[in-house]
Write a protein that binds this ligand. Sequence first.
Ligand code: GCV
Length: 828
Amino acid sequence: MQRMSRICSLAVALLLVASAVWAEDGAAGWLRYERIADAAVRQRYDFVAGSIAALDSSAVVSSARDELIRGIRSMLDRTLTTTTTPADGAIVLGTVDEVRRALPAAVIPALDKRNGYWLGTASSGKRRAIVVAGLDANGVLYGAFALLRHVALHDSIDSLNERQQPAAPLRWTNEWNNLDGSIERGYAGPSIFFEAGHVVTDLARAREYARLLASVGVNGCAVNNVNADARAIAPDFIPQLARIADVFRPWGVSLALSIDFSSPMKIGGLDTFDPLDARVAAFWKARADDIYRAIPDFGGFVLKADSEGRLGPSAYGRTHADAANVVARAVAPHRGVLFYRGFVYDHLMDWRNPKNDRARAAVDNFKDLDGKFDANVILQIKNGPIDFQVREPASPLFATLEHTTEAIELQITQEYLGQQRHVVFLPPMWKETLDFDMQRGNQPAPVKSLVSGYVGVSNVGRAVNWFGHDLAMANLYGFGRLAWNPDNTSAQIAREWTAQTFGHDPRVDEVVDDILLNSWRAYERYTGNLGIGTLTDIIRAHYGPGIESSERNGWGQWHRADGRGVGMDRTSATGTGFTAQYPPKVAAMFESLERTPDELLLFMHHVPYTHVLKSGDTVIQHIYDEHYRGAEDAAGFAERWRGLDGLIDRERYSSVLAKLEYQAGHAIVWRDAVTNWFRWISGIPDARGRVGRYPNRVEAESMRLDRFAVEAITPWETASGAQAIRCPSGTCTATTTFSGAPGAYDIVVQYFDENDGASKFTLSVGTRQIDTWVANDIFPSREPNGHTSTRRVVRNVQLKAGDVLKIEASPDREEFAVVDYVEIVSRP
Ligand code: GCV
């Protein structure tokens, strides 16, 4: 009996271990190394067997070796044995020099860019060996990951001969993590680096993150917020940071830090932070020396100055070059770099002045400083001139500076783009900027040819799948793949990511790729088209609709919609003159109303609502149509995903489905808010009669109410009919009698899920309760509005005329169970 129970516990334990190993919780990201079951595919890798020879014992090359052992074991069930001599090795790893010495037969092409590698074959003893040769240790590691990627993608490696060199030497992420563990614009839980003012004790996640970064060639990571806390570089904090550097090091990722420009005063005991003061220079030198003593491979600093209230050189009448150089000189002896952010603008601009324009700020601030920065300063420029909006032109600053090293800053965290509750695959958007031809000097000059660095604002958190949404991982992957080679296509990146993340079932891959590749356009359609910007609440959350929030304040994300027209006039002839910041050919294109592409029309021009686009539609009808189309796209994503039921693991199937269903609902919130607002301001009805007419909708305020009170919603456009009902206390009920044809219906309840309580709802038909739920999600608001408006859908309910639908609700703390409407939609 005792023996039996021991066997049982053992079996349970084994099962638990197995399920932990195979749990598809997204933690492994794209590095799942799924077992290859297909015999024909396995055969392609028959010669990958036996031993693996690492020609040096550096930490990075050891990681490459161990990763290959891990991946090959997982995909092919073969355990490679380790050796340090290449004889009879199945895989030989080393720097180019090491491989040439050990395997003279290997014909390695010239590599001249840091981190480059060659993957090929060479005879080794009696057999053919696979060679991974890097120009440096990082190159070896990237080559190892590339080899594993080939196997994971089931590529033939028979005639392997691949020379790869990165497009830019610096490929970093920035993590806007605060020392207290919170993350500015992070949507996946708290920091993996910090908590309560110190570095976390368990850095396992940080180590794992560095591995993911390395697998796509990212070689640096600034771990703290650019709105930096000066304490991050204080002497007593350095030993803690050194622990993060220790877990990054084996993956070839350099630790970097954001700095507060006023640190000489805040933590240095000085009465100034004037960059031209010798004491300030000495402060920066001492801090850098101290850091490099503890972290010899420290990457460098990131500096945000004179922006959004951060202190900077203007306090002393100094220039950005003065500020950058004083810090750059402190790290230069250690071969460190300084990323100086080009995101400098005045957020207190007078909105009444039609010539004021935030988009101009970067060029206005930096154009006279070209050539004045030290060699190790890199100007970090956001892709567009405003701030990570759903569609912006490429920043003209890329083309303005000819003697300054530049990096492009892309945002992986989806601040303005659905905050990882909406799927938005970003490589297609990033490529619009990277491929945009500035025609500088009338020569082809795509942005990708002008930059020497890539920075991705990532903001992963403690969510087990890193970003909170399984599909959002494709953006981190895409960032790395584009930073390595901006010529990679979005389709290729999606294909690679999907196959590694979800496997090789063509039915799955087609759907996932399709969703990814259409997602940015869909989001643009239902949030803000024609270059108008993301029509979101720009003052705080940057999430749900808030069309007027960007107007009449100093932040400069204006769209200038009024009763007659819409769009920012940025022309030289009549507007802010922004168009003239581009090289002449591009300037001429944007200056011209006819030649400006439709998708950027409202970024460059103010036009009447009746202006006819190249498509033949008027601006206003385009706004209506696109918002309806975008919402349909989003509904289609959920529908297509439902078709994957049973084809992928339950965990990721369900969690992505929940996100896509939410997105489909929120896309309708967006659609209704934006279209109603524009109908109101323009006074022009929708030619297709949809806006403001919702035949299946019963407004909550027109239901029979018991204890519910009617309330006006702010901003008005974020609630249907501008009103909703709230339950002040106890239990409230709202009822309506169905009068349609008998049949099967989907019943929608649109309610507000604030973050200051967890109100409860039940939905009944007659005496039959058909659903019950708690509004306990964490959306970024304590009010009923476009951030918190949420859909609950009960599918396939049989109804007949006379049925009474009843919502019962009870509030919790400050959340008053606010309901907007009920919709009863006949099933097809
Ligand atoms: C870190 C935007 C964001 C801020 C961010 C800033 C920046 O304004 O909303 O949260 O601050 O960009 O990039 O510095």
